[in-house]
Design a protein around this ligand. Structure first.
Ligand code: SD4
Length: 335
């Protein structure tokens, strides 16, 4: 068997085992339209609550959505206990913690970094790419070099906890990335170990978004997911709305997921319907594979209406607006 076929087989077997029991087909009922007006910030997973709180400090005083989303996602980036974003992120299979991030503002200006090492706040480097260069994305050593030039400090991002887990993983000889290694979508598992994607609408009616992650645990060195790719992991169109994604990035890239969600909202779908159609597009393109991985989309319209939809059960998102501060379980394609 070729190396590629072995690789695919092992990935599929690993994720199939993790998701055993989630195979029966069903569709969740749509939630009623949800809106709280502006300003508002929403972000992926339960850990979005703390990130939203930081973003809210800016939004509540009339600050710009761009500043809010940057400050918001810096919270999980700096948290060593969060093993999927920034400091403490799980490494690739060679032991490197490599970060992917992007940011986009109300004028469709955007910046991104991919495969960035040794810098905690990848999102802030992405913002500098947007503001200080004529480019959209810098990768690897070039991104690090640029970050150093901009005054960012190098740090070791591999915590003892993540290092120990990586060593354990190596012992089992699973020297290949395994989908859903973070246990997303398993029945009974909150799955809160993932990318943070955040989108916000400020008091002036402007929208921005940010997305940052250490990517799939034990990925191949050099692998880039959806999170730093404008249109895949994040998209903002100030006339319509914004969307972000979480889960297996390869599947999101294939359908340019976040851009698709925004375009579906342009056609008149509400945020949850748009996220659902994007998920259904993934299922249609890969009906067998879709049973075995997780993807979730989260969207906000410029009128403050928001919603989400995931492939598997277990995706949650956090909402902050006015008196509202809550975690919502997203409906899913599979129960
Ligand atoms: C990625 N969507 O890199 C991101 C997040 C992820 O483990 O899968 N984290 O594909």
């Amino acid at each position: 068997m070729s190396d590629r076929r072995k690789f695919m087989k092992q990935s599929v077997l690993g994720s199939a085992a993790l998701l055993a029991g989630t195979r029966s087909f069903a569709r969740s009922a749509s939630l009623p339209e949800q809106t709280t007006g502006k300003p508002i910030v929403i972000s992926t997973w339960d850990f979005g609550k703390a990130a939203n709180a930081a973003a809210w400090e800016i939004l509540k005083t009339g600050g710009r959505a761009l500043d809010a989303v940057e400050k918001g996602v810096m919270v999980p980036e700096a948290d060593p206990e969060n093993q999927s974003v920034g400091l403490g992120g799980r490494p690739d299979r060679d032991g490197h913690v490599t970060l992917d991030a992007c940011i986009m503002d109300e004028n469709a200006k955007c910046g991104a970094v991919a495969g960035l090492e040794q810098i905690v706040h990848a999102i802030s480097v992405a913002r500098k790419v947007m503001e200080k260069t004529p480019h959209v994305m810098l990768v690897g050593d070039g991104a690090l070099q640029f970050a150093m030039e901009q005054g960012f400090k190098k740090e070791n991002l591999l915590t003892e906890k993540s290092k120990e887990e990586w060593h354990e993983w190596l012992k089992k000889s699973q020297y290949h990335p395994v989908r859903n290694i973070e246990n997303r979508g398993r029945p009974g598992d909150s799955g809160n170990h993932d990318t943070i994607g955040m989108v916000a609408l400020d008091a002036k009616g402007n929208m921005s978004g940010a997305c940052t992650t250490s990517g799939m645990a034990y990925k191949l060195h050099g692998r880039v997911g959806d999170s730093p790719i404008i249109g895949a992991g994040l998209y903002v169109d100030n006339e319509i709305g914004a969307a972000t994604s979480t889960g297996v990035g390869e599947e999101v890239i294939r359908i340019v997921g976040s851009h698709l969600v925004v375009e579906l909202m342009r056609q008149g779908l509400n945020p949850e319907q748009a996220c659902r159609q994007a998920v259904e597009r993934i299922v249609k393109k890969n009906p067998e594979g879709a049973k075995e991985f997780q993807v979730g989309f989260l969207a906000l319209k410029r009128n403050g209406e928001y919603g989400a939809f995931a492939l598997q059960k277990g995706f949650s998102y956090a909402v902050r607006s006015g008196d509202t501060e809550k975690i919502v379980d997203a409906p899913s394609y599979y129960p």
